[in-house]
Design a protein around this ligand. Structure first.
Ligand code: FDA
Ligand code: NAD
Length: 427
């Protein structure tokens, strides 16, 4: 135990959002040891998106300190020395197990106590685990969230070159890890129950393009009813296959390596009896203030008002982690700070492709073009809510941001009749 420390600004969690809080606090000017981060990870905050991309397949692979926070958002790369130089205490390998918000202190598993004047909760999400399924403890089953998970997955993928890798879940992790596995030289099989991949954003015509591309790259897709029901072992504690059921028929898909990406759940349990929650996350207002005074929540764990669309939401993406961190610090220093007005922005990169999305994926979808360049629009009552581009240029990104902000009125038939994705962006 390290005994007791007390801080004016204490950040609980040491992920993407925490790193950007540190940056914003330094910009405001904090005195030595006035601010601290407490994290259960063994490394300083880093850009988590690297873990399912260059970390797994690049040669040489991305490794810390190469992608500590702020490589993505610009500014000084925040390696541990940066925290030291800027007087922010990094308390690593400390898992907080007790939160006493009224008493203004939190406690770690090792017995260390951290007092605070202002607490910023940035605990992010944890992967949803299929731990209740038969065989869930077999060796060879991976989840991917933190640096330590990615190191293990890297070793496993490279030890199974030429062999099957079974990937359960057709969302972000599924698509990105399947691509990484194919690049490494494994034989990925992507297994999910929905009718098409990335069901939380893609519509059928769009998914069809990506699925065809994946097949060309050697990824086998088992979809539309394929539900993972358990894991088969080899009798010695190792994975031998994934048990699936399709239309009531059971089968075992053989493989020694499995990666599960079936969604994430906010790490909000610590506060369940102390803070108001919504949508599974910690409920905050437009200044990231929770229901308890002096306690803020940002990043993946926060449910916040999405002003543009007049509803509450939670966002599990890095742009929001960065922007919510900066906004919360502004609000901490100036109570007149305007409410957060976030324009949703998502992206992904797989193989040599890359897409971006701005806005709200609500309305009738229209797709123009084909991989490697296509654009898509979501239209409701003649107004564009959301815009997507595969293979965007830097200029396209700005065009998309403007379209999603202004939500212009368009003629769906006219737009649908276009065949040039660039022409379509000139709305
Ligand atoms: P984040 O998960 O980054 O940090 C939470 C921190 O809190 C962790 O350090 C955790 O250990 C710590 N913690 C939790 N409970 C604790 C406790 N009780 N005590 C101490 N510490 C505790 N997004 C995107 O827009 N584009 C992309 O390409 C990707 N790619 C991507 C790949 C992979 C593999 C993942 C897992 C995620 C992405 N994302 C993404 C999502 C993005 O990484 C995510 O939205 C941000 O990391 C959220 O930042 P937070 O700081 O909120 O959580
Ligand atoms: P996700 O929500 O994107 O996808 C979950 C997928 O799980 C669904 O598409 C569905 O196919 C599948 N599924 C759900 N239950 C299942 C079951 N019982 N059996 C089989 N499949 C099942 O979540 P994820 O891909 O696990 O990603 C985890 C987190 O990481 C999310 O917060 C995500 O935003 C983040 N992430 C983001 C990016 C990015 O933005 N580019 C990249 C990687 C990870």
């Amino acid at each position: 135990s390290e005994g007791s420390k007390s801080y004016k600004y204490l950040v609980l969690g040491g992920g993407n959002a925490a790193g950007y809080v540190a940056r914003a606090l330094v910009e405001k000017g904090v005195d030595k040891s006035e601010a601290a981060i407490v994290s259960r990870e063994e490394v300083a905050p880093y850009e988590r998106p690297a873990l399912s991309k260059a970390f797994l397949f690049a040669d040489p692979p991305a490794r810390l300190p190469g992608f500590h926070t702020c490589v993505g958002g610009g500014g000084d790369r925040q390696a541990p020395e940066w925290y030291e130089e800027n007087g922010i205490d990094l308390n690593l390998n400390e898992e907080i197990v007790v939160a006493d918000l009224n008493g203004k202190k939190i406690k770690s598993k090792s017995g260390a106590e951290f007092g605070f004047e202002k607490l910023i909760v940035a605990t992010g999400c944890a992967p949803i685990k299929l731990s209740k399924l038969e065989g869930a403890d077999l060796k060879g089953i991976h989840y991917l969230r933190e640096n330590a998970d990615a190191l293990e997955l890297y070793d496993s993928l490279h030890a199974h070159k030429g062999e099957e890798v079974l990937i359960v879940g057709g969302g972000y992790i599924g698509m990105e890890v399947a691509a990484a596995a194919a690049i490494v030289g494994c034989k990925p099989k992507l297994i999910f129950p929905e009718e098409h991949m990335m069901s939380r954003l893609f519509f059928p015509a769009m998914a069809k393009k990506y699925e065809a591309f994946y097949k060309e790259k050697g990824v086998e897709i088992l979809k539309d009813g394929y539900l993972c029901e358990g894991f088969a072992g080899d009798g010695e504690g190792n994975l031998a296959g994934v048990k699936v059921a399709k239309d009531g028929k059971q089968e075992v898909i053989p493989g020694k390596l499995c990666v599960i990406g079936v969604g994430a759940r906010p790490n909000a349990q610590l506060f369940s009896d102390q803070l108001e929650t919504e949508l599974g996350g910690i409920k905050v207002n437009g200044k990231f203030e929770s229901s308890v005074k002096d306690v803020y929540a940002i990043g993946d764990v926060a449910s916040f008002p999405l002003k543009k669309y007049n509803r509450m939401t939670r966002m599990e993406h890095v742009a929001h982690a960065r922007q919510s961190a900066a906004h919360a610090v502004d609000a901490l220093f100036d109570s007149a700070t305007a409410d957060y007005d976030y324009l949703p922005y998502f992206y992904s990169r797989v193989f040599d492709l890359s897409w971006q999305f701005f806005g709200d994926s609500v309305g009738e979808p229209v797709l123009i073009g084909d991989i490697p360049k296509m654009s898509a629009f979501w239209i409701e009552n003649g107004q564009v809510n959301g815009v997507f581009v595969e293979g965007p240029t830097a200029e396209d990104t700005e065009t998309m941001r403007a379209i999603a902000s202004k939500r212009p009125t368009v003629d769906v038939d006219e737009l649908s009749a276009l065949s040039d994705p660039d022409e379509a962006l000139k709305l």
